[in-house]
Design a protein around this ligand. Structure first.
Ligand code: DAS
Length: 328
């Protein structure tokens, strides 16, 4: 059987970092570039052919929507080549949940696109990068990964891009799929898928970035017991087209905020209600009728912000945006 050909797009992050021998903190990002990453995964050439390029070399906190657009367009361009069967993106873990959902909505291929990274630099005693990368390449070369949307492979788990969340700041088991769990796992080179996302993604998503170089600005406002509504003036005065509220509990907003929110939605600034809670959903409520807000359902504030900016690029009609959040 012909070996699958996997293409790595390396962007930096801890998986590319070098630090003090054995230690996990205080490392330098971006030292190990794509060629060294490929060399570091022993045995992978027995299973698959791997090539790649260094598209960025940054810590993921320096990623931006503009850079993600460049990355997505590169995947879309390369996906047309017959000699590439699947993609692995290596990146920093800090914004991985955002980049995964973004790519899930804008890459136009059913070929596997798998994202991975590392919590510990290659020079630490417990480096997790090589195993994560090995597994990510395996998943990208597996027929069962075709058409499943963007997948995150981390610490033996395969997680849907829509649901993936960073849940830890230093342990290698740093990602989970909210309360919905993972969609598969890898054990000794054997991949087991156990479920798949029913939400539209990749070739079935309506978002096309071919002619887009930036997206409308969308901010996130995090609720706390004492925050007054002046915070919204910043967004109003800086041309933000949408706001995601990380509201209390099931996306609740205080009386202090309500008149400002009414003013914003009247002036065509879209307002989506999500929650500071780490699980559960924000569903349709009488608030939405009264204030023309939109519930984010099971999307976290970070995911809702990605979806709202892509949707606003198409239209700012309330009915359209409401429908997008029901669908995705
Ligand atoms: N600072 C982080 C980043 O680049 C480190 C990591 O990759 O975990 O996202």
């Amino acid at each position: 059987m012909n070996k699958k050909q996997i293409y790595i797009l390396a962007t930096g992050g801890t998986i590319s970092a070098q630090g003090d021998e054995g230690k996990t903190l205080g490392y330098t990002n971006g030292v190990f570039k794509v060629k060294s990453l490929i060399k570091s995964i022993k045995g992978i050439e027995d299973v698959t052919k791997v090539n790649g390029e260094q598209i960025f070399n940054i810590a993921s906190e320096d990623m931006s929507i503009d850079k993600l657009l460049i990355l997505a367009k590169r995947i879309n361009e390369l996906s047309k080549l017959d000699n590439i069967d699947g993609f692995v993106i290596t990146q920093g873990t800090d914004i991985l949940e955002e980049s995964a959902f973004f790519l899930n909505l804008v890459v136009k291929t059913s070929k596997p696109v798998v994202i991975t990274g590392a919590m510990r630099p290659a020079t630490s005693n417990s480096a997790d990068g090589p195993n994560n990368l090995y597994d990510a390449i395996l998943v990208a070369s597996d027929e069962a990964s075709i058409g499943k949307g963007v997948l995150v492979v981390f610490a033996d788990y395969i997680i849907r891009a829509r649901d993936v969340q960073k849940i830890d700041t230093f342990r290698p088991q740093a990602f989970a799929g909210k309360e919905f769990g993972c969609c598969g796992y890898i054990h000794d080179n054997i991949i087991n898928f156990i479920n798949k996302s029913l939400k539209p993604h990749t070739i079935n998503s309506e978002f096309n970035i071919a002619n887009i170089n930036s997206l409308p600005k969308v901010g996130i406002v995090y609720f706390d017991v004492n925050l007054d509504s002046d915070i919204f003036d910043y967004y109003i005065n800086h041309d933000y087209k949408g706001i995601v509220i990380a509201g209390s509990g099931s996306g609740m907003i205080s009386k202090r905020w309500k008149s400002k929110i009414k003013e914003m939605t009247k002036n065509s600034i879209a307002v989506v209600r999500s929650s500071i809670a780490t699980s559960g959903s924000v569903d349709r409520d009488s608030i939405d009728r009264e204030y023309r807000t939109i519930p984010s359902y099971t999307l976290t504030p970070l995911k809702a912000r990605i979806l709202l900016s892509l949707a606003l690029e198409k239209s700012n009609s309330y009915e359209y945006l409401k429908g997008v959040f029901e669908k995705y």
